[in-house]
Each structure stands twice: as C-alpha cells, then as structure tokens.
Design a protein. Structure first.
Lengths: 327, 327
C-alpha cells in the first residue's frame, strides 16, 4: 500500500460527500459489539434527520440482547444483494472482510467512507477517517458530528456513549484519553439515562452465561506459584448450562483479574478436536509469542490460537509452552 | 439542627482558614475505601507542599491492599490521644462517629473543616463543604483545589482519580455527572498511569476472595421464576478459602447483575447465631422494607439486617419475606 493512500481526509471532505449523497447506507463489523452498534446507530440517527435522503442502517447479524434497548434499533435492517447506494459509510471496520456476508454491499456502492479507530485499518475507503489513538469509533463519530454540525440529541448521545463506554471497559483501559472524558461529559449533558445504560449493558448477564462462568471457574487450576491460571470449557458444560459458545466471553478477564496471576488462559471446545485457546497477560509475558507457537497470534497482552486435538491434550501442550514463557 | 448550621462555607473561607493554620491534621472515615483514601492522600499531598506547615495525614485502620500503590501512603500515620492540631480536616465523613477510634482527635482540634458528599452529613464542622450532588469527596477536593489554586501534580491527580473512579463504580453509577467527567479529563491531563490504576484497583482480586466467590456462587439458589437469587457464606467456607469476612464484599453485586434477577440476597455467617444479611434490588421491590422487618434498614435498592439465629433458619425466614415482597 502506498504512503499516499494511508492519509485521512478532513471532516469537511466528509461533510461535503455526505451532503451530496442521496442514498446512503451505514454498516459496521460482523459479530457486533457495543462500539460497532453504538457508532452505527449514533451516526445513522444523525443522518436520518435529513429527510431529503434515504438512509439505511444495515445489520446482518443478530443484535446482542444487551443492546436491544438502544434508540434506533427499529431501523436496523439486513442488506440485500441487489441494493446499491451513492455512499456507504463503514464504522469500526479495519478492512472490508470485517463486513462478513455484507461485503457485497461495498462492491455495489459508488463511494465508501471508512471511519475507524483500529491501528490495523488498511484505509480501504475512498475517504478515510482513521484515528488509532481514539478510544473508540464512537468517540470519532462524536468528534466528526461536532465538527460538521450534526445535531446530537439524547438518542444519538445514548448510542455514542454506549460505544465509548463499552470499548474502554467503562473507562478503565488506557485507550481512555482526556478527550474521551471530555466527550463523555458532553454526551452526559444531553441527559442520557446512565442508570438504564448501566443496567442493560453491565448488569444483565444471562443466567445461562452466569452458570457457565461458575462451571468454568470450578474447572480453574493454578500453576507456577499461582502466576498462571487455566480454565477449560467443554461442550458438555455449555450444554448443561443451556448456554452458547459466545457465553464464554468474559470468563478469561475474570480469571486474569486474580491478584498474582500473570497469564490467564481458557480452552474452549468448539468441536471434539477443535479447541480455541484464549490468552491474557498482565505482566511482561508476551502471549502473542505463545499463541504463535500454535499458529495463532494477537497482541502482547491478548492473543489466541486453535489447536486441532482433544481438549486434555491441548491443555497439556499449552501448559508446557506457558510455563516456558513464565520462566 | 438549625437551618443556620446546614450551610456551606465558601471555598475562600476554607482557603483563608488553611492559610492561617500551622498544624493541620487530615483524617477520613473508618473502614477506608477508595474515595476516603484517595481524597485524604490527594488533599494531604497538596497541603504538604507548604513547607511552613506541619501536615499530618492520619489513618487508624489498615490500608486495603488495592490502594497500597497510591502516592503518599508513606505519610500515613495513626493518631495519638495526646496530639492536638490547629485545624482538623475530615474527608468523606458524614458525622464524627465515622472517625471511629480516631474520634478523640476531633475533640483535641481547635477547628474542624468537614468536606463530604454524603446526603446524611450532619454539618458537624466549624466550616463545611458538603455537596451531596457530587459523585465523590474526591471530586469535591479537586474542585476546591482548583478554586483555591492548590498545585495538582501527577501524584495528587492519581489519588483523586482513584477516589472518583471507585466511588462511581468506574463511572457506571448515576452519581456521575458531566462535571465528574470534566474533572476526570483534567486529572488524566496530569499524565496519571491509567494502566497502573486499573491493574491495582480493579484487576487484583485476591485468590482467597476469588475462591470464596466461587464457593458462594456454587451455593446460589434461584426462586420465584429466577426473580430472586440467594447465596450463603458460612464460616466453614471462609475458613476453607483462607479468606476473611470482608472477602464476601462484591459477591452480592455479582448475583444482582444476573439478567432477570430483581432481588439479590446474601447471608453471611458472622457467628454461629449471628447472620448478617445483605439485600440488593434492581426493580420496584423496596428492600429497605424487607430489612426493616428484621430490625435492619437501608435504601430502597440496598439494605441489610442481622438475624440472631442459625443460618438455615435465617435463610428460611428471609426467603419467606422476600417472596411476599415480590408478589
């Protein structure tokens, strides 16, 4: 990719392009999370205020239950192969593959604006707003909306707040900047309901997920003077709890948060001989290195790999490699 | 109490009083939490910059492990009966009894400034700064420091940030205001280490506490179509985990956060026939009412009582009353 292409456009470029487009589609990445849903709905609702435009807010996946309370979810619709748009705005997508089965919509669009905060973004848009030092795409959307004078009402503010809050772990991750807090302050001034947001986003863990978490924790074992914690989740455990594989999410963070634990690891039995392994590090141990030994990858503090073997065998192999890394 | 007494002083009054005092003691409430420790150290470090004053930062309890990383903890010292001060500044204390065994220090002080955000504060100070609509005492201290031109360096900012973050549940509670975020933004500009704060405050649950939580969760039972969740913690469970009674804190919030649960309840075996019961409500059920039936009390959404009977008997009695409340 040429240096040329890795350049951001000005907010004013974006404003002019939006103003001159009549049929706009907004889309975010597959397996939606708070930031993708929140920034999608936030910008979507803001653009929908211009009644002279057709604005479609696309979602091809199921909306996670925690986000069903968000304003504007009634506008979410799946895309159709034959549809075409003057302008496609992608949110929180580092590359076009992140659109999943909605990727064809990019081929049918006359023009693409790419708004994202992932450092791995490949600037696939005709115009790009990629700010890797922003906490979240939601924070970028707010900053853009402020700069191009989009009206941010209470509903839009709620969506953008959820985007920022979820992508910063409720302002705990160090992606949180002074500007992130400035934006949160502005959003709160729109009289959003923080109680409702907290209850829905953070206090509504399903019973199935809770039971699976308890079961996983019962399987937890500690090694190397409690510097390593490992848990396994089998298909049987998932079935017993009437849970789904997604319900394992979050368990690894719970284990990482134990005092003294430097590396947390979870083994997830996707199939009888397909074990997905997640790693978290709280110390100098580079878990991307460990994952790479099994053909996986990731970041120093969060990584993953897949092992095509039985779960007990996978556990053994992983254990050995992490022990080496901890020495 | 007369209306007269329930008045706040101006920041300027506080400034003048501090400037004219030579021997100052700062103290916060017993069973220290993040807000009491953070605002105590934050203001203490700020006042210590004036080398013409003797400034003592008093702590009569043990410092919780999570807060040992805070700057200034090396200055914490317990008070002595015979000491006297020109000025005592109390932080995060709603009344003088909250000083616990340090209460005598108030009797020996020539003058008291009371800085707090609890709505129940009884304005016991000679001067008072009581702002119940502030998220935390830490937020008040920042606002005061800003107004009276105290120099807020990185160390002080770290302490005040921890005060605000912990008292708002990391900005999740609706005590968080636009101003809270403005203050958080200003504190972050002092280049505090958010990673270090998050790791120490939120990602360092002790292994003993973790094991006790797992055991408690295994004891959890659901009633009334999963609208009520109850767990018990016995002395044996605490001993098995090498944990202490304080390690039960937080378990009830974990249970409350299950989707569909309206009332969460935990029974803690303090003694063989001394059961402390905690209640949380996420719905219209007023748990203060339930607690009052057993001689306890609290708020609509958080309350407690003590039952002097065996834990199984206590569980039965409580269950019956909550079921009534849920109907």
């Amino acid at each position: 990719m040429s240096q040329m292409k890795m350049k951001n456009n000005s907010f004013n470029d974006i404003k002019e392009k939006i103003n001159s487009s009549e049929k706009i589609c907004l889309i975010a990445h597959v397996n939606p999370d708070g930031d993708s849903i929140g920034s999608l709905l936030g910008l979507g609702l803001a653009l929908k205020k211009d009644k002279d435009k057709v604005v479609k807010i696309a979602l091809n996946d199921e909306l996670p239950k925690n986000f069903k309370f968000l304003p504007g979810t009634e506008y979410l619709e799946s895309t159709k192969e034959e549809e075409s748009f003057d302008l496609l705005i992608t949110l929180d997508c580092s590359d076009l593959n992140r659109l999943g089965k909605g990727k064809y919509i990019a081929n049918n669009a006359d023009y693409i604006i790419n708004i994202d905060h992932h450092i791995s973004n490949d600037y696939f848009g005709d115009m790009n707003i990629v700010f890797p030092n922003f906490s979240s795409t939601g924070e970028i959307v707010f900053t853009l909306a402020e700069a191009i004078d989009l009206d941010i009402d209470k509903n839009i503010a709620t969506c953008l707040y959820v985007a920022i809050s979820t992508d910063t772990g409720s302002f705990k991750y160090d992606s949180t900047s002074p500007d992130t807090f400035r934006v949160a302050s502005e959003l709160l001034k729109k009289e959003i309901n923080l109680n409702e947001i907290t209850r829905n986003v953070y206090q509504s863990r399903s019973l199935e997920r809770t039971n699976l978490l308890i079961k996983s924790l019962n399987s937890m074992e500690l090694y190397e003077n409690n510097r390593l914690a490992m848990a396994s989740v089998t298909r049987d455990m998932i079935d017993d709890c009437n849970a789904s594989i997604q319900d394992i999410d979050g368990t690894i963070d719970f284990i990482r948060d134990i005092d003294g634990v430097e590396v947390a690891c979870i083994l997830k039995e996707y199939g009888q001989e397909e074990i997905k392994v997640g790693f978290r590090s709280k110390s100098d141990v580079d878990v991307a290195n460990v994952a790479e030994k099994f053909g996986g990858g990731g970041h120093r503090k969060a990584s993953g790999c897949t092992i095509y073997d039985k779960i007990d065998k996978a556990r053994e192999m992983i254990l050995e490699e992490i022990k080496k890394a901890l020495r």
